[in-house]
Each structure stands twice: as structure tokens, then as C-alpha cells.
Design a protein around this ligand. Structure first.
Ligand code: ADP
Ligand code: MG
Length: 399
């Protein structure tokens, strides 16, 4: 796929009505925003548009209202926070592309900012309904997609609208695409990928695609035990996907055929059961992965694996990481994830973290500012690593 897309800097926006799709799908609790990270990530594009004198019409989805006007999923709280961050009024429309939006969009002055209501209040949004796409397009002269977190969706506001308007990327989409696109298409080597997380089945295509590109593939986290089981080891009560044993064998054969160094953990933290609650204090032991007791489960990589994985990461020029090495939500079982995060933080390589939980782990553990790029899109970054075409990017004009 071609990731060389036009950006807001490649078109004239002064005096134009610009419909800008953002990812304002912020987490909330009791009607309050608990993290405004996604709003902050959209600021460079919005500020650029204001400065250039565009009439800025923002839109986004929040949550899954499924075509119903659920008041608790109104974007009004986003308008309020955005207004504080920009230090100027954000005009809130009471509909998505209806009468109120049309009237407000028509009376915007250069540099004004307005926000439409939750695009998923309209059933047509997730169906990529041309009627909604057209209604959105009629509000504006130009479409800017800056919602990387929603770019893997072919919805009206993420790609359908581009059928009716000139479409370009915002700064956030441009940054995500250029950093991840370059890493995958033309990486500085050695190129090391580190995969973890709970299940092999979540990341089948990621493993398959990365084996085409990397020099070393490291597999930790819950998915490692299916690979260990496929090698014939006993993994006790560890997470194993019995339907994926053949797939794991195939991937190990593929790694060998391609000359990719495939690293699995040599040791693991084990406990008698999964911690409950997840952050409960839990007694663990460290054993070699060739000797996991049948009544125990592996919940983190062990110290030898930490050292080996960290050394491989430190020797790399490009590292892509997706998925924690263990049950990082528990301090005792976060050691493997911390070791990998530390190795990335200490490395001079281009380091890229994708995946919702891995990104959260980096932030919680305080490594975020030492990573080259933490993707803002969990699902979208995963599809990127799978080598899939993202509809919200494919619809943009080529340079
Ligand atoms: P990401 O969101 O970064 O793509 P995933 O959603 O695939 O990551 O996986 C994250 C989850 O995997 C975490 O909740 C973590 O507790 C869990 N996990 C990691 N290692 C294990 C393990 N050994 N056993 C069970 N769950 C694990
Ligand atoms: Mg996750």
C-alpha cells in the first residue's frame, strides 16, 4: 500500500471549510474525561488549521451508541476540554450533519472551530452509508483525516466522506504512517519485533507478516506458551491455544526458512493460579520453560529471558513492540514488561510501540517519553503491522 499521502500542508485551507475527523474517543468515568491524551494528540492539526484561517469543523465518534442518541456519549465534554486547551470557544453542534450543523457550519468565520455530535449517533456511520457521507461532505470544502485510531474502519466519517471531498491527512495520521510505514517498508537493521499479549489467535497475521520483514522475532507474554507447547514442552496450566499448535509449528518453520532469529522465553515466572483480583499479591517461582510444573501457570517471562530479550532489543536499529511480556497489571508479574520497556528506553534505535495495553504499560511504567513513537491506535497499529490496507488512509490523495 502507498503511504505517501498528501497532508494539510499540501493544500490550501485558508478561508475553506475543513471537516477534520479526529479520534476523540476518550475514556470517561461518571461524566468526566479520565485521560485527554487523544484530544491533546489532535491539537497540532487543529491549531494549524486555526492559524491558517480555516473554518474548522471537527467530528469524531465516542463509545458505541449504535445509532442511538445516548446522552452519556455526547461529545459536549470533549468540546469543553478542547476549548480549555485551545483557549478559545468550540461551537458545539446538536446533531451530526443535520440542520443545526449546517446552520452553524454556514456561519463560521475564518479561524472558528466547531464540533459535531458523536458520529455513531447515526446508524449509517458504521455502515459507511453514502447518505451520511454526502451529508458530512456538504458541510465542508475539504476533508482531513487525523483519526489514526479509527483509520482501520471503513465508516462514513473515516473514509466514505472522501468519496465526495478532496481528502488529506492531518499531522497525527501523517506521523503514525510515516514512522510505522518506514519501519516496515525500509527499516534500519537489525530490525527486531517483540510480540506479547494474551493470545496467539489475536496476532496470527502479525506474526506471519513480521516474519517477512524482521531479523529477529521475539515472542513473550501469554502467546509464548502455545509456541512452547508446539515444541513439545509441558506448559502446565499456562494459557495455550490448542487449535493454533500447527500454526505455531508453521511459523517456527517459516522463521527457520527465512533465517529469522525466533526467540522464545527460556524461563518463566509461574504461580498456582491467575491472580485475583489481577493486582493481588501473589507468590511466584521462576523455572526454565523446559520444566514448567503441570500444576503451575506461566504469567511472566523469567530473568534469563529478560536479559536475552533486552540484549536483542539493545542490538537493534529498529524495534517494534506489541503486547506485554506478562500480566503487567500485577507488580510481581510486570518484571518482563519493565525489562523490555527499559531496553527500548535505553536504546538508540527507532523504537515503536503499538497495541493498547503495551502503550498503557509504557505510560504507567514511566517510559513513554523515551520511546520514539507510541501509536495512538491499538487496533489500527495492529492492522498496520499485519500489512493490511487501512481504509481511513487508503482514501486520502496520493502525493
Ligand atoms: P496489546 O493491547 O498491547 O496488543 P494484548 O491485548 O494482546 O496487548 O494483551 C494484553 C494482556 O495480555 C494483558 O492484559 C496481560 O495481562 C495479558 N497477558 C500477558 N501475559 C500473559 C500470560 N502469561 N498469561 C495470561 N495473560 C497474559
Ligand atoms: Mg489489548
Amino acid at each position: 500500500m502507498n503511504y505517501n499521502k498528501k497532508s494539510i500542508e499540501d493544500i490550501e485551507v485558508a478561508g475553506k471549510r475543513v471537516l477534520c475527523r479526529c479520534d476523540f474517543n476518550v475514556p470517561t468515568k461518571e461524566g468526566k474525561i479520565t485521560s485527554d491524551k487523544r484530544i491533546v494528540a489532535a491539537l497540532p492539526t487543529i491549531e494549524y488549521l486555526i492559524e491558517k484561517g480555516a473554518k474548522v469543523i471537527l467530528c469524531s465518534h465516542m463509545g458505541k451508541p449504535k445509532g442511538e442518541w445516548k446522552p452519556e456519549l455526547s461529545l459536549k465534554i470533549v468540546a469543553d476540554r478542547l476549548s480549555e486547551l485551545l483557549g478559545k470557544e468550540v461551537i458545539m453542534a446538536s446533531d451530526v450533519a443535520g440542520e443545526d450543523s449546517k446552520a452553524k457550519a454556514a456561519s463560521l468565520k475564518d479561524g472558528d472551530v466547531m464540533l459535531l455530535e458523536n458520529t455513531r449517533y447515526i446508524k449509517g456511520e458504521t455502515k459507511n452509508d453514502p447518505e451520511l457521507s454526502k451529508a458530512l461532505a456538504e458541510l465542508a470544502d475539504v476533508f482531513v483525516n487525523d483519526a489514526f485510531g479509527a483509520a482501520h474502519r471503513a465508516h462514513s466519517s473515516t473514509s466514505g466522506v472522501a468519496d465526495y471531498l478532496p481528502a488529506v491527512s492531518g499531522y497525527l495520521v501523517q506521523k503514525e504512517v510515516s514512522i510505522m510505514g518506514k519501519a516496515l517498508a525500509n527499516p534500519e537493521r537489525p530490525f527486531v519485533a517483540i510480540l506479547g499479549g494474551a493470545k496467539v489467535s489475536d496476532k496470527l497475521n502479525v506474526i506471519n507478516n513480521l516474519l517477512e520483514k524482521v531479523d529477529t522475532l521475539i515472542i513473550g507474554g501469554g502467546m509464548a506458551y502455545t509456541f512452547l507447547a508446539a515444541q513439545g514442552y509441558t506448559v502446565g496450566k499456562s494459557l495455550v491455544d490448542n487449535e493454533k499448535l500447527d500454526y505455531c509449528k508453521e511459523m517456527m518453520a517459516k522463521a527457520k526458512a527465512k533465517g529469522v532469529n525466533l526467540l522464545l522465553p527460556v524461563d518463566t515466572a509461574v504461580a498456582a493460579s491467575f491472580p485475583s483480583p489481577i493486582d493481588a499479591e501473589i507468590p511466584v517461582e521462576y523455572v526454565d520453560c523446559t520444566a514448567i510444573p503441570t500444576d503451575q501457570m506461566g504469567l511472566d517471562i523469567g530473568p534469563k529471558a529478560c536479559a536475552e530479550f533486552a540484549a536483542a532489543a539493545k542490538a537493534a536499529k529498529t524495534v517494534v513492540w506489541n503486547g506485554p511480556m506478562g500480566v503487567f497489571e500485577n507488580p510481581t508479574l510486570a518484571k518482563g514488561t519493565i525489562a523490555v520497556a527499559q531496553a527500548l528506553a535505553d536504546s538508540d534505535a527507532v523504537t515503536i510501540v503499538g497495541g493498547g495495553d503495551s502503550a498503557a504499560a509504557c505510560e504507567q511504567l514511566g517510559f513513554a517519553d523515551k520511546i520514539t513513537h507510541i501509536s495512538t491506535g491499538g487496533g489500527a497499529s495492529l492492522e498496520f503491522l499485519e500489512g493490511l490496507e487501512l481504509p481511513g488512509i487508503a482514501c486520502l490523495e496520493d502525493k
